[in-house]
Each structure stands twice: as structure tokens, then as C-alpha cells.
Design a protein around this ligand. Sequence first.
Ligand SMILES: [Cu+2]
Length: 145
Amino acid sequence: MRIRAMPVFLMVVLATAACGGGGSTGTTTTGAQTTTAPATATTAPPEEECSDLTGQGPQVTIVTPENEFVPECVIVRADQGITFDNQDFSLHNFLVKKADIDIDLPAGEQTSLEAIGGALAPGTYEFLCKYHSPSMAGEITVVEA
Ligand SMILES: [Cu+2]
């Protein structure tokens, strides 16, 4: 009887310890942090805010240093042109699926587009590099000049 009781007792203790430790600590801490979380979440979005280039000159620049567009999200005027400065060692591309834009951006070269409004009506479009999609992608918003 005693020999049998020992293992059962130990198992109960272990099970209780595991439950109590994970349960109470986890619930209490998580609950408190969840309440605070929204404040932190509100701070995050600004980092991904779109770069408003509408105040710049007739030609704005998007750089591709290494498999990414910088900035990744831009707001441009319809009468502004875009110069892609491919500073990378590999060929990139600017493709807007919703429009008829599919332009290769040779390595180490600058490729310029005329006033973007000629190809994109005001609105927001997703663009990507067809060679490195989906990791190399961005968003462009065209506003009326
Ligand atoms: Cu690319």
C-alpha cells in the first residue's frame, strides 16, 4: 500500500506544480500585458508610414540597395516622375500588376519613368520586383497634381 501510494503522490505534486506554475503566472502576467499592449501597438504603425514625396521636385527617387525598395511605400503626384536607382549588384524590376508597367531595373543603373500619372491614374497600387517577389514589394499612391 505505502509503496504504491508514493509514486501516485509524487505524480500529483509534479502535476500540480506544473499546472500552478504555468497557469497562474502565465494568466496574470499575460492579462496585465494585454491591457498595456494597445499603447505599444499604436506606436508601431508610424514606422511603416508612407513616404510622402509630393513636396519634392518633378523627379523623385526610389533606391534599391539590396532586394528592397527604399522607401517601400511612397505617395507621389501624378506629374512627378520616378527614378529608380538600382545600387544593387542584381537586376531588379518595377511591376504594377493593375497597370501596364513592367520595367527592368539593371544593376548599378538609374532608370527613370516620366510623369507617373501617365501610366497610373490617381489611386493606390501595389508594386513589386518580379524577380524577388514577394519579399521585394511596395506600395505607391498617386495623387492628382
Ligand atoms: Cu529585385
